[in-house]
Design a protein around this ligand. Structure first.
Ligand code: AMP
Length: 532
């Protein structure tokens, strides 16, 4: 049999509310590997029984109303948040940081797939997806979550790109597609162009604190109001105990899901000896959540406008992704609003499946190379037509620049530049014999190509002051030219280097919140010893 190593690769959708792992099977179909509970997706929730015993998934989610202080959900929202990484400040049980908690979720997915699947080797090589808007730090941290879980991360790809791959977007003619992705905790809109196997992200954005849980909250509040009216009470949602609130919220999620399949849902809720019981029509649910829906439509319009500014005037179709896209109100409204056909197909699994197809493509390309170079002695099994090579043209979702003086930033690379990209800018030393240059590196989401800008709150200083000093050796006069080059690879990850004439100046970018080797090893050991 031909070398089939290229098939032992997996795609993982590490989601805000649910996660999922997929593989391309021997029939060349991307399939989801179910978890121990028999489900295709696993809630991204971790319950801490002790420092090294955790429960991940459905059972952990059920613990939210019981022991909320020991249960962590929505951890993806904390990726990139420096405070959440500060172990002295973070409030997660046992001060686990967001990378470690994400790694625990990955460990559960992989462990179940290993135990239940029929793969001869334990899962190792994976592609993990992330939102298109993730910046450098978030991408590195996502990668480190995989490494902490003992995995070999072949790549990080954008969720909408993975969805497009899974939807078989390898059509020969050029099409512009809008991916409307409403998950559990985030809303992303991305416009991509598919052209004969190449997938290019044109514009991306959304609201990273808007998702299915906001629909659940609106519904929970409505039910509590009805409860108050019927029982003559005056409970406020925000002042309910954490346990009662989670309880109501989990019930609301179930009523919401029922309303996706039926016109009415049977609602019943009890609290402190009183209860409420009624049939909730879908129209009422739609009315109480209309503002949230409007927010997604406004965000979608914004991205359409950005794409138009870049010369992409026509959208050919809309694909609906994310579990919350199952709500009938989404399809109805999006079609009515934009007058375009929508596709809703496999919204919870398509991202993981697309990542698996991409992973297989990457591994296959590598195997072909290895075979041609003689490092393996069997040719890889050829890909079938359905899995033909997909080329991804990514863009950076952020703008990157250098701190010039106290409050100016000199931008080198602008958001939406095609990747890989590399830009150089020159600076001059200001003193004779200067031995160093402070090099603050800024990331921002400015889309306007303004070269120099004053620093604003929207800028994130990636490299902390004590670690971003270029050391210049030798005695050079004032005005010596230093060239600084920013490079961003296909995965959207930044590297920085500098030269003085032909000398490369030793500089290693250390990004705050991204683990060094020693820290990473510690996390790996912690995850390896944890039971999930
Ligand atoms: P994702 O992050 O893409 O896995 O989406 C998870 C979100 O989808 C959660 O808020 C779920 O409550 C929601 N969801 C899943 N199934 C349904 C359904 N049938 N109807 C409405 N929302 C759903």
């Amino acid at each position: 049999m031909a070398n089939d190593k290229s098939r032992a690769v997996y795609g993982i959708d590490l989601g805000t509310t649910y996660s999922c792992i997929s593989q391309v099977d021997k029939y060349d179909q991307a399939v989801v590997l179910r978890n121990f509970e028999g489900d295709a997706t696993t809630p991204s929730v971790v319950y801490f029984e002790s420092e090294s015993n955790m429960i991940v998934g459905k059972e952990a989610k059920n613990m939210l109303p019981v022991e909320p202080e020991k249960t962590v959900s929505f951890i993806k929202r904390q990726i990139g948040n420096d405070e959440a990484f500060d172990k002295s400040k973070n409030t997660t049980p046992y001060h686990c940081d967001p990378v470690e908690i994400s790694a625990l979720i990955l460990k559960k997915l992989v462990q179940d797939a290993n135990d239940l699947g029929d793969n001869p080797e334990p899962i190792k090589d994976v592609v993990i997806t992330c939102p298109a808007y993730f910046g450098n730090k978030e991408r590195l941290q996502t990668k480190q979550a995989g490494i902490s879980a003992g995995l070999n991360v072949l790549g990080i790809i954008n969720e909408p790109t993975a969805a497009a791959i899974s939807y078989g977007m390898k059509i020969d003619e050029r099409r512009t597609i809008l991916v409307y992705d409403l998950g559990g905790g985030t809303f992303d809109v991305t416009i991509i162009v598919v052209n004969g196997g190449a997938i290019k992200v044109v514009a991306t954005g959304g609201d990273h604190h808007l998702g299915g849980v906001d629909w659940d909250t609106e519904l929970a509040k409505y039910v509590l109001n009805t409860f108050n009216t019927q029982n003559g009470t005056a409970y406020e949602y925000d002042s309910l105990s954490a346990n009662a609130r989670y309880d109501l919220l989990l019930s609301a999620e179930n009523w919401k899901k029922n309303l996706s399949a039926r016109q009415t849902a049977k609602v019943n809720f009890s609290y402190e000896g009183k209860s409420v019981n009624f049939d909730l029509p879908r129209e009422t649910f739609n009315a109480i959540t209309e503002d949230r829906l409007n927010e997604t439509i406004d965000a979608t319009r914004k991205i359409i406008d950005i794409a138009k500014d870049k010369g992409y005037n026509t959208i050919d179709e809309i694909i609906l992704v994310g579990g919350s896209s199952r709500m009938p109100q989404i399809k109805d409204r999006v079609e009515a609003e934009f007058g375009l056909p929508t596709r809703l197909n496999d919204p919870d699994e398509c991202v993981a499946k697309g990542a698996a197809i991409y992973a297989m493509n990457e591994a296959y390309a590598q195997a072909v190379k290895d075979w041609e170079e003689g490092t393996i002695d069997e040719a890889p099994a050829p890909l079938t037509d359905g899995q033909k090579r997909t080329r991804i043209v990514n863009v950076t979702s952020k703008t990157y620049g250098l701190g010039l003086d106290k409050d100016m930033v000199g931008n080198l690379i602008f958001a939406n530049s095609s990747l890989p990209v590399s830009r150089t800018r020159s600076f001059e030393t200001v003193q004779d014999g200067q031995t160093g240059v402070l090099l603050p590196i800024y990331e921002s989401d400015f889309t306007d190509e303004e070269k120099d800008q004053t620093v604003e709150d929207r800028f994130c200083n990636l490299a902390t002051e004590d670690i971003s000093v270029l050391k210049i050796t030798g005695n050079h006069p004032k005005g010596t030219e230093i060239k600084v080059t920013f490079s961003i690879d296909n995965e959207g990850i930044l590297s920085v280097n500098a030269t003085r004439e032909s000398d490369v100046i030793d500089f290693k970018l250390k990004i705050a919140g991204v683990k060094d080797e020693e820290e990473l090893k510690k996390s790996q050991d912690f995850i390896a010893n944890a039971t999930v």
